[in-house]
Design a protein around this ligand. Structure first.
Ligand SMILES: [Zn+2]
Length: 297
């Protein structure tokens, strides 16, 4: 499943190719993905120029000149592929992923054609992703966006915010960090990594690290760890444990997976400084947790 850093990689790729371009045609190959695609999507988007491509958690927002937004979520297996005029004439375009992302593949569901000849193709074999259209000015009222907490980045998530969200909360720390209303788009792997760096137990009651008087040292440590983990992953082009690809079809594998401190390292030595503990794996709310019981308290 694409995590936030991968989605940010996709955002940057789309921005590079589509910013300032006018949509000539939008083609849908089926009426629904995870949810129905609005039937009037063509009339609301065609002939309009893309003025920004932003991201909120794992949602991509393609904003058009009149304020209309094409909202895209990649779900489990969604991907955007850019086909430019020169690439189209290159047989090498089939080198990655077979027919996927060519506009003619069996899972290519939405095709955005631009006046300059570029095409952006949305493919999604499992169809857990979706495409929606938001009317100008209605971004804050979209049911998928309105309840999202801040993105886990330095300019959006502050120690004060996290402290306020955790005061009095009884849920385990890991569950709180996965709660989209508290932090939006921080996935399972990154939560495990951030907790390891902050040396906090995933099972600790959330409220025990927060204080009504303001952010504690533990909150500061945790927020710094979250920022670091996500920033490093974005710099590395997204982590990814399966065959996730960037928008240009190339493998988007970064070095970051190799530097996981705890994730996927059950039974191996803890990498935290001055700790001789061993990484353990257990299941919390159906998801794998990796942590070191020696230094994560
Ligand atoms: Zn340790």
């Amino acid at each position: 499943m694409p995590e936030l850093p991968e989605v940010e990689t996709v955002r940057r790729g789309l921005e590079e190719s589509l910013l300032g371009q006018r949509i000539s045609r939008l083609i849908t190959k089926r009426a629904d993905l995870r949810f129905p695609i609005p039937a009037d999507i063509q009339s609301r988007t065609e002939k309009k120029v893309v003025i920004s491509i932003s991201r909120k958690a794992k949602f991509l927002l393609i904003t058009l000149e009149d304020g209309t937004i094409i909202l895209s979520h990649l779900g489990m297996s969604g991907r955007w592929t850019i086909i430019s005029e020169d690439l189209k004439s290159t047989p090498g375009r089939f080198a990655h992923g077979g027919m996927i992302g060519t506009g003619e593949g069996p899972h290519d569901w939405v095709i955005l054609q631009f006046e300059n000849g570029t095409e952006a193709v949305y493919s999604d074999p499992r169809r857990f992703g979706f495409i929606d259209v938001i009317a100008p000015g209605n971004e804050g009222f979209h049911p998928m966006l309105e309840k999202l907490g801040p993105d886990p980045l330095p300019n959006t998530l502050t120690p004060d915010m996290l402290n306020k969200s955790l005061v009095g909360r009884k849920a385990p720390l890991k569950a709180s960090l996965l709660n989209q209303g508290i932090i939006a788009g921080l996935g399972n792997i990154y939560v495990c990594e951030a907790l390891s760096r902050a040396r906090l137990s995933p099972r600790r009651r959330s409220g025990t690290i927060a204080s009504e008087r303001g952010p504690t040292n533990r909150i500061h440590r945790l927020v710094s760890s979250i920022h670091d983990v996500i920033s490093e992953a974005i710099d590395a082009g997204g982590s990814t444990l399966n065959d996730y690809r960037g928008v240009h079809g190339e493998e988007a594998l970064g070095y970051f997976p190799l530097s996981f401190q705890v994730y996927g390292r059950e039974g191996e030595p803890c990498l935290n400084e001055d700790c001789s503990g061993t990484v353990q794996r257990y299941v919390q709310s159906g998801r794998s947790t990796y942590s070191c019981p020696t230094c994560q308290r």
